[in-house]
Write a protein that binds this ligand. Structure first.
Ligand SMILES: C[S@@+](CC[C@H](N)C(=O)[O-])C[C@H]1O[C@@H](n2cnc3c(N)ncnc32)[C@H](O)[C@@H]1O
Length: 233
């Protein structure tokens, strides 16, 4: 997106590229064979133009707790969490098709059956989830948008955070990992305003954390991870 992009285009486009490197043949197979059965129904505008709330029990076929990962990248944290917590259903959102294809390969390899995938904008999913339907949410290394004039595109702004707060259960945990000091600043300011209490923050990761691809790159480049935990009021 350029600086001249009109504001009306931001809803659809704030996450930048959707396609990257050419998909490997195996990845094309994962997308055509596996994605349809993993994606929750009623999330896209085409599927649900009236934006009626979906039934969360329909996602995994039972009333297990549902967790949400926003922008899973290559899916390593998502698959790790699914394997570690088989009794939970985790829904991952990622508009970048190469990331979705990587995740599908990892799902095949790990054999986990408690994941669902929305291959698109997390906001579309949050919009159709009922109130208080999510028991935990992860925002790992959200796009930093380093330029000041782009800060309003960051996920940690009131529009996105209020949608997230609405779908989270009282007491539910919300985790944010970032390597950008100004993103930490904005997170600590904005997230509490949207209805969350700060539980903890610092340089020590959660006990069940799995370092993501983006984090590995950040570490190689000398940036310092920061982990922040909130609880929905
Ligand atoms: C910096 S990457 C981090 C990826 C991964 N979480 C990791 O730690 O390696 C940020 C990711 O967020 C995704 N993203 C950006 N906006 C999004 C949105 N509105 N909904 C879902 N994912 C989004 C991007 O496509 C990208 O893959």
């Amino acid at each position: 997106m350029t600086d001249d992009t009109p504001p009306s285009a931001e809803w659809r486009n704030f996450y930048g590229r959707i396609h990257g490197k050419t998909l490997r043949p195996a990845q094309k197979v994962y997308l055509s064979e596996d994605l349809a059965s993993l994606r929750p129904a009623g999330v896209t505008r085409e599927d649900n133009p009236a934006r009626d709330p979906i039934d969360p029990a329909g996602i995994f076929g039972d009333d297990r707790p549902i967790w949400l990962e926003i922008g899973f990248g290559g899916g390593e944290h998502l698959v790790h969490m699914a394997a570690r917590y088989p009794e939970i259903g985790i829904v991952g959102c990622e508009p970048f098709v190469n990331g979705v294809a990587m995740l599908l390969g990892k799902i095949r390899q790990a054999g986990v059956t408690n994941l669902a995938v929305h291959p698109g904008d997390a906001r579309d999913l949050m919009e159709v989830l009922p109130d208080a339907s999510v028991a935990k949410a992860f925002l790992n290394y959200p796009d930093p948008w380093p330029k000041r004039r782009h800060h309003r595109r960051r996920f940690v702004t009131q529009d996105h955070l209020r949608s997230l707060a609405r779908v989270m259960q009282p007491g539910a945990e919300f985790r944010v990992a970032t390597d950008i000091p100004d993103y930490v600043r904005q997170t600590l300011k904005e997230v509490p305003q949207a209805g969350f209490d700060l539980v903890g923050e610092g340089g020590v990761a959660w006990g069940d954390w799995l370092s993501t691809r983006y984090e590995q790159k950040a570490l190689r480049e000398g940036r310092v991870p920061h982990y922040v935990t909130f609880r929905r009021r």
